[in-house]
Design a protein around this ligand. Structure first.
Ligand SMILES: C[S@@+](CC[C@H](N)C(=O)[O-])C[C@H]1O[C@@H](n2cnc3c(N)ncnc32)[C@H](O)[C@@H]1O
Length: 228
């Protein structure tokens, strides 16, 4: 992940004080305002790996955060729509895009994916770590986004399969779906999709105290069949 410190796992949805959890926009905006930068700015390794052989086209990045993936895609010839609920995160990505001459390649959209309707089709729809300690109808969002993948296009969903050891927030790990479970939740018609990758993939990550650990991600990459 482009996580620079693993903080997304360390912030509880709400304390033990009985206070209601904040709404998603409030939670994520204040999360980003806590520091100058939340993530490393590098593209996620699974994105680089899974798109290596794809011809660039249009891409939709769901929960783009500060734009590490969107910027990398734009640098590699993609026209990107980057959507996130946190304006501060998007502003950081947009500033980098301006500095790097990528303004025309990325559209930054501040929206709640719970209700936002993507206007596809897209050659690539990608969601990396679209997971949240506050309300997030992830399955609905991913199903809606899958419907916007163009024939021949790719759907890439990468998520945490386990929490890092430094996490202070340990909900039931069954809430972290495997790639099989993500696939089932998409409710796709099997003959219209080809599975490219469906795996638990280990990667090295750096914790808040500089500790290096191996984390496991669920990686699901699907290609939409071209119907002739
Ligand atoms: C764990 S971060 C991942 C960011 C980025 N994809 C990455 O890999 O570094 C999750 C992102 O999802 C966004 N997010 C959470 N709920 C959302 C919602 N309902 N609508 C849009 N974005 C949302 C957050 O603002 C945050 O940037």
């Amino acid at each position: 992940m482009t996580n620079s410190g693993g903080h997304a796992h360390t912030t509880p949805a709400h304390g033990d004080d009985g206070e209601p959890a904040p709404d998603a926009a409030t939670f994520w905006e204040s999360r980003y305002r806590e520091s100058d930068r939340a993530w490393s700015g590098r593209a996620n390794a699974a994105l680089e790996r899974e798109t290596a052989l794809l011809a660039p086209g249009t891409a939709l990045d769901l929960g783009s955060g500060e734009g590490g993936d969107a910027l990398w895609l734009a640098h590699n010839g993609w026209s990107v729509t980057a959507v996130d609920i946190a304006p501060t995160a998007l502003a950081r990505g947009e500033a980098i895009a301006q500095a790097e001459g990528l303004v025309d390649r990325i559209r930054w959209i501040c929206a709640d994916l719970a209700t936002w309707q993507p206007a596809g089709p897209f050659d690539l729809v990608t969601a990396h770590f679209l997971q949240s300690p506050v309300e997030l109808p992830r399955e609905v969002i991913l199903r809606r986004a899958a419907a916007t993948v163009a024939p021949g296009g790719t759907l890439l969903v990468v998520g945490h399969a386990e929490f890092p050891p430094w996490s202070q927030h340990k909900p039931d790990e069954s809430s972290l779906p495997s790639a099989d479970e993500v696939l089932a939740s998409l409710e796709l018609t099997a003959e219209h999709w080809t599975i490219r990758t469906k795996a638990a993939v280990s990667r090295s990550a750096t914790g808040p105290d500089g500790q290096i650990v191996d984390l496991v991600d669920s990686v699901l990459a699907l290609r939409r069949t071209v119907v002739v």
